[in-house]
Design a binder for this molecule. Structure first.
Ligand SMILES: Cc1cc2nc3c(=O)[nH]c(=O)nc-3n(C[C@H](O)[C@H](O)[C@H](O)COP(=O)(O)O)c2cc1C
Length: 228
């Protein structure tokens, strides 16, 4: 699955610039940027059947008065990620397509599994779909900060023989957002052109796995390897 919306030469800047942002300015999302996101949402729907919804200018889902971790302010735009129960990895993979496209368009984002008002979501899932996550969207007060990453040797077996495609894949995977920055994943090289990724135990780690696999594919180049 190729994300055609981000030009290859912009990829690493986009991957490095993306950080979770929880405080937003009131600047509205321009109609052409909303249309680009909607076009990608429609493409994802056609390819996978996932039911993602872009919601603009709604102040009620992200409220600043939640006391626990990750409280948000000023967020009035978001993407609701509906899909079949158990589709966590697929939701992660395709949700991150939208997160990176938003970053490329100059917007900020934050994946959100918990710290939003579920009951205030103004749209309803189609039959057979459940709410997985919400992605907060808009112009941030700041661009956020890079997360601390585990060393690559804790996430993959790296040796002097590790090929460049695998190392680049890991560079991109380490830049991926994961719930509470847990990075509960492990990726191994299999043969000359194979890679195997697995989720370890942790909250949302299957969603994280989809996100991480999408990053790995972009970094490694899909033409260089296959998932096994
Ligand atoms: C599946 C998933 C769920 C998340 N849920 C929340 C959340 O409920 N609230 C929140 O403030 N941040 C949430 N985050 C954001 C993570 O805390 C953040 O991605 C992580 O700390 C790494 O930071 P970064 O995104 O800036 O690289 C979530 C991230 C992911 C991938």
């Amino acid at each position: 699955m190729e994300n055609t919306a981000i030009p290859r030469e912009a990829l690493w800047d986009v991957l490095r610039a993306r950080h979770s942002v929880r405080r937003y300015t009131g600047r509205p999302i321009e109609p052409e940027k909303a249309a680009a996101l909607q076009a990608e949402i429609d493409a994802i729907g056609r390819e996978t059947g996932l039911d993602f919804r872009l919601v603009l200018d709604d102040p009620n889902v992200f409220r600043a008065d939640r006391p626990h971790y990750g409280s948000f302010s000023g967020c009035r735009n978001f993407i609701v990620l509906y899909g079949p129960k158990g589709a966590d990895e697929q939701v992660g993979y395709h949700g991150e397509r939208l997160v990176l496209l938003a970053q490329y368009l100059g917007l900020n984002t934050c994946w959100c599994a918990l710290t939003f008002e579920k009951t205030a979501i103004p749209v309803k899932p189609a039959e057979g779909h459940v709410l997985h996550d919400v992605v907060a969207l808009g112009y941030g007060e700041t661009q956020g900060v890079p997360h601390r990453s585990k060393p690559v040797t804790k996430l993959a077996p790296i040796s002097p023989a590790t090929p460049q495609w695998f190392e680049r894949g890991m560079d991109a995977a380490m830049l991926a957002p994961t719930a509470i920055n847990q990075q509960r994943f492990y990726i191994e090289q299999v043969g000359d052109r194979g890679a195997r990724a697995k989720a370890l135990i942790g909250p949302c780690s299957k969603t994280d796995l989809g996100i991480v696999k999408y990053h790995f594919e972009l970094g490694a180049g899909r033409e260089n390897f296959e998932w096994v």
